[in-house]
Design a protein. Structure first.
Length: 97
């Protein structure tokens, strides 16, 4: 295969050399988008119903936070080389700001 030919073309490598691989399709562990939104929404609503969210000086904007979270999770755009892609399956864990 082409990979084996490329590896042979490297010649002798240092004894501490390591071989690594990458998969551009699954570069991150993914969280299912709809599941994440549902779980976090349930958690926030539970906290709100138990009066465990900040309310002084203003009431915690639960609905606005849920809407913002949904917007961010559903619109994860990432850069790969010189391409920008919208992630359409899951939400990457540990995305950069």
């Amino acid at each position: 295969s082409a990979l084996i030919q490329q590896l042979h073309s490297l010649g002798n490598l240092p004894p501490n050399a390591r071989l690594g691989t990458g998969d551009a399709i699954s570069m991150y562990t993914n969280i299912d988008t709809d599941h994440a939104i549902a779980v976090i929404t349930t958690w926030l609503c539970h906290l709100a119903n138990q009066h465990l969210l900040p309310s002084n000086p203003i009431k915690f904007p639960t609905n606005a936070v849920i809407a913002a979270m949904t917007l961010v999770i559903k619109n994860n755009i990432f850069e790969f080389g010189d391409l920008y892609k919208l992630q359409n399956s899951g939400t990457a864990i540990g995305t950069s700001s």
